[in-house]
Design a protein around this ligand. Structure first.
Ligand SMILES: C[S@@+](CC[C@H](N)C(=O)[O-])C[C@H]1O[C@@H](n2cnc3c(N)ncnc32)[C@H](O)[C@@H]1O
Length: 270
């Protein structure tokens, strides 16, 4: 179901965002070049691991909410990242055992690991698609082998929009993805922001652009809300656009806004 053939070789000398993120989460699916980028990022953004953990927890709470409270049993996880337990299908299938998930990423290592590691529960189904978010039509076509687009689907764009340059017209990309979904579908998204510490996040973004050759783009709350939700006609559910650490979490001692520097929200297609 791939939009492009999976390359046989993974370039392990060039750092990749998926594997640097795996390094922040304490995973083992990263190479020296990724760890080097990770260490250099920690020098300029010492709490980048706090961001990674809080973002992952946001994903867990968002999928739990969608499955348990909204009854959503189909997920299209774009920019899914190196498998890290609990993965989307595990969270959803705990609530709704027949849940189906398609994992999409443009890192071939992510997709080859997902294929070998992510086994769906017996009643559900999981699919793996090697594709770039810039190919929304191909993503929908590939995912439709597993997902039924006549029933509600939740698209997950968790910590991937900051790798989408404005020049790529992210509004149009999102528009194409969301147009394929019926009413009652959802979008859950998170996005790094420089709103609370512009110097730190600016330095980390510069480092990523230079090391990976890929875009790295922080957005403020208003811009994120407009891009992902308002301009797409989605209704944002409570509590709105907030720091990922604050989204539907129990009261607890939270890290500072600057330490997290990432917004999250969930919206429903009317
Ligand atoms: C920071 S990780 C987030 C992983 C996971 N969604 C999470 O939040 O735990 C970003 C992921 O987006 C993927 N990615 C970056 N640019 C992409 C693009 N243009 N198309 C598809 N995936 C992309 C990376 O390979 C990486 O796996």
């Amino acid at each position: 179901m791939d939009a492009a053939p999976l390359p046989l070789d993974v370039d392990h000398l060039k750092p990749h965002p998926a594997r640097a993120y795996d390094y922040y989460l304490g995973g083992k699916d990263n190479f020296e070049a990724d760890r080097e980028l990770g260490r250099r990022t920690e020098e300029v953004w010492p709490t980048v691991r706090v961001f990674a953990r809080e973002n992952r927890e946001f994903m867990r709470r968002a999928v739990h909410y969608l499955a348990a409270e909204e009854g959503i049993g189909q997920y299209l996880d774009i920019g899914s990242g190196v498998p890290t337990a609990p993965n989307v299908h595990e969270i959803a299938q705990r609530e709704l055992p027949g849940s189906r998930v398609v994992y999409v990423d443009n890192d071939p290592l992510v997709i080859s690991h997902a294929r070998s590691l992510l086994r769906s529960g017996p009643e559900g189904r999981a699919g793996y698609l090697y594709a770039d978010i810039r190919q929304p039509e191909a993503i929908i076509a590939g995912a439709s082998e597993v997902l039924d687009f006549s029933r509600p689907v939740a698209v997950l764009l968790i910590a991937v929009l900051h790798f989408v340059a404005d020049e790529w017209d992210p509004q149009a990309i999102l528009g194409t993805l969301l147009k394929a979904l019926p009413s009652g579908s959802f979008l859950a998204a998170s996005q790094i922001t420089d709103e609370h510490d512009a110097a730190t996040i600016g330095a980390a973004a510069d480092l990523y652009r230079e090391a990976t050759g890929k875009p790295a783009r922080a957005r403020r709350a208003r811009a994120f809300e407009e891009l992902a939700f308002t301009s797409q006609g989605l209704r944002i559910v409570d509590p709105g656009v907030v720091l990922v650490s604050e989204w539907r979490d129990e009261a607890r001692l939270r890290p500072s806004a600057a330490d997290v520097s990432c917004y999250g929200a969930v919206g429903r297609k009317p």
